[in-house]
Every structure is written in C-alpha cells, then in structure tokens.
Ligand binder design. Structure first.
Ligand SMILES: Nc1ncnc2c1ncn2[C@@H]1O[C@H](COP(=O)(O)OP(=O)(O)OP(=O)(O)O)[C@@H](O)[C@H]1O
Ligand SMILES: [Mg+2]
Ligand SMILES: [Zn+2]
Length: 393
C-alpha cells in the first residue's frame, strides 16, 4: 500500500518544481550561485506557499560537498532527498518547530549545536519553522547567533507572519518573500501530478483540476490533498460517472472544507436577510468553539471579495480568491452606493467580532450569534418591500 500523501511525494525536489515563486527562486539561486548562504535567511509567505520546501531545497545545496551542488550522487545528497519527502533525517539538517519550542532554552541548544562542524557537506542547516512564535526574550538572546553564526552553520527562519518578528531580527536576515500561488500555477502543479500518477487515464480532466484549485483558493498542499481524496473516493465508491460530480461530495465530507461550505450557506442567508438559513448553516457546520474564529475569518475574506466585485472587479487585489464566491447567492450591488456602504457595515460587524473573540470577553459562539443578528438587521433593508394590500381592493 502506498502510504505517502501526494503532497509529500511531490514536494519539490528542485527549484523548477516549485510553482509560482519565480522571483524568490531567482534571488535564492543567485545567493547559492555565489557559493554561499546568508548567515540567516528568512522565508515568509502565506500558508502552503512552499516555505518549508524552499528551506529544504537550500539545505539540499548546503549538505553536498560539491560547489555546484547538489550532485545527487553522494550519500549526503541521497539522504537529503529522502528527507525532502519526509522519510528519515539528515545529520546536518535540523528542523525546529518554534510553535512548540519557542523559548530561551531552544536558543541555548541552538547555540550549542551550531558550534559543531557538518558531518558531510558544506554547512549545517537549522530550519526554524513558525519563527514568529519564538518569544521576544529568546529572539533577543539570538541576535548575535543569527548575525554571526559559526562559519559552518546557517539558519533559515520560516514564517507566515513576518510582521510579528522584531525589526532587530529582520535587519539581520536576508529576507525572501513568497507569494500566494495563483490558480493557474496551482492547476499546473495538479496537472503535473495527475500525469505522473496516471490520473488522466482514470478520467481526470483539466476542468476538475481547475475546480479543485478554486475550492482551495490556490493552496498547493490543500489542492493535492483534495485531488487525492477525490481519487480515493472514486476507488471506494467505484464511481463510474464524471469525477467532477464527486468533488462536492468530498468537499462536504471533509472537515477542513466543511467550514468553507458552511460559510457559503451562512452568507447566502446573511445577504438575503434570512436568519433561519444562516443559523442552520452555523448549527450544521460548526461543531465546537475552536472553529468559530476561522469561520469568521473566512466570512470576512468572502465579504471583502463581494465588496470589491461591487465597487468594480478591477479593484480585486487577489484574483486567487474569486473562488470564494462560488455557490453564494448574493444580490447585485454593483455601483450601488447604498448597498456598498451597507456591506461595509456588515464587514465591520464581523471585524469587530474577530477582535472580541480575541479578547475572550464571552463565548465565541455567542459573539457569532449576535453578529448574525446585527448583520441581518442591515441586509434585511434590501429585501423588496411587499406592497400593502388595502382592504376593499
Ligand atoms: N510553490 C509550490 N510549488 C509546488 N508545490 C508546493 C508549493 N507550495 C507548496 N507545495 C506543496 O505543498 C506542500 C506543503 O508545502 P510547504 O510545506 O513547503 O508549505 P509552507 O509554506 O511551509 O506551508 P506552512 O505555512 O503550512 O508551513 C508541499 O509538500 C508541496 O507538495
Ligand atoms: Mg512550513
Ligand atoms: Zn552531493
């Protein structure tokens, strides 16, 4: 049985396989071609845009003795290639998850570890994932380490939130910014994997890949996972019809996408002024308080997209997110100043809710319920007024 997930199996092994990050890749290649790696590199970018993959690609270069590495032949290169796919470790590459080990002890052990020479290649590499979670005190203790590590050690910090990293640290890093992968790039990745997995023969069409990319707003890891789920589902259900018909079923069953569908239904209710629809969506889609935060966050980005479409599609800052609007029924408010202003009010209600949840003043679910009522108080104005029927008519 093949137990490796598609996302792990197809983790980029070279720069060409990393889609949508041409600019960062070009600069990083430039750095590596000079034969050196910055003392501390910072890779920032949205979730699942390829930060960890890129960090491991830099490590691939570091662990080979050859200057024009990786040679792909030496033991070190082979070990690293296995590590890239999540199989085993490399003695000269450490991955530290700053979400779980974030304090001064971690920095102390980094200091100790980084004194040793690499066992095989040019450098030892320390990848610090979720770097924004490192405490301020620990970062303070790491200033010197990051600026002047021992000559054979290099640090790579990865983060989705570079704004949470102090300027004193930022100033000591070579910063490469990764971008949102576009829908086209995501489809390209899915197409390459489908070809390699011979999914085409099993009926996978480009239109399905496009729908998958839209459903996950172009996030490569989620896209590969979703493709995998559809293909697995097709096997167990011995589905004979069109695979694209399976997609909505898979989406509804899978917990991480369930909230996406719940938000679509919720907003359809909000924007048509129908409490029962919205509350039902919340009841069905949210199982615990933990989910309320992400639910509101998705509601906010979706509302923003509607706002932009109403103001004028040319204002859409992120074409990737147009997929958010699928399956939502909302009235036409294009160029309608009143509706645009009302929608901004609704948006404001959810932005405030997000802040209130953070301050733990009351239960998240209570906040969501109140926001639902407040939002509908605004949108119910849009309902066409029923004509009064006068007696005697
Ligand atoms: N730009 C990309 N090109 C090709 N595949 C990608 C890309 N980004 C992500 N992937 C796929 O998604 C998986 C996860 O990517 P990776 O771990 O590098 O993302 P990340 O930015 O570190 O995410 P997170 O913020 O969740 O840590 C990889 O195994 C790979 O299959
Ligand atoms: Mg990562
Ligand atoms: Zn090598």
């Amino acid at each position: 049985m093949n137990t490796t997930s598609l996302a792990n199996k197809y983790r980029p092994t070279n720069f060409d396989e990393l889609v949508g990050q041409k600019f960062a890749v070009k600069s990083i290649k430039g750095m590596l071609e000079s034969g050196n790696i910055a003392a501390t590199t910072l890779l920032s970018g949205p979730s699942s845009s390829g930060k960890t993959s890129l960090a491991r690609l830099i490590a691939r270069f570091a662990v080979c003795k050859e200057d024009n590495a990786p040679c792909e032949e030496c033991t070190s290169c082979k070990l690293m290639l296995r590590m890239l796919h999540g199989k085993g470790k490399h003695p000269d590459v450490a991955e530290i998850d700053a979400a779980s080990s974030r304090g001064i002890d971690m920095i102390r052990s980094l200091k100790g570890e980084s004194r040793f020479k690499p066992s095989r290649g040019k450098f030892r590499i320390f990848i610090l994932d979720e770097a924004h979670q490192v405490t301020a005190q620990a970062f303070q203790a790491a200033l010197k380490l990051f600026e002047e590590p021992s000559s054979k050690s290099r640090f790579i910090l990865c983060t989705t939130n570079p704004e949470k990293i102090a300027n004193t640290i930022l100033g000591r890093c070579q910063h490469f910014k990764l971008r949102h992968v576009t829908l086209e790039d995501c489809v390209e990745l899915l197409a390459r994997v489908s070809k390699a997995e011979k999914f085409r023969k099993r009926g996978v069409k480009t239109s399905l890949l496009r729908k998958i990319a839209e459903a996950v707003q172009g996030r490569p890891r989620d896209a590969l996972m979703l493709l995998e789920q559809v293909m697995n589902y097709a096997l167990v259900s011995e589905y004979k019809g069109k695979l694209s018909k399976l997609l909505p079923k898979v989406l509804e069953q899978s917990a991480s996408y369930a909230s996406h569908i719940a938000v679509q239904k919720y907003l359809t209710g909000i924007l048509s002024g129908r409490y029962e629809l919205s509350l039902l969506a919340v009841q069905k889609g949210l199982y615990d308080d933990e989910q309320v935060g992400p639910f509101i966050a998705l509601t906010i980005s979706t509302l923003q997209q509607i706002l932009y479409t109403w103001i004028g599609p040319e204002t859409l800052p992120d074409r990737n997110k147009v997929g958010l609007l699928h399956n939502i029924t909302f009235p036409d408010g294009q160029k309608n100043v009143q509706k645009i202003q009302d929608l901004a009010k609704v948006l404001d209600i959810f932005l405030a809710a997000q802040e209130r949840i953070k301050s733990y003043l009351t239960t998240p679910r209570g906040i969501l319920d109140v926001s639902t009522v407040q939002a509908i108080a605004v949108t119910s104005q849009w309902k066409p007024k029923k004509k009064k029927v006068r007696k005697g008519d």
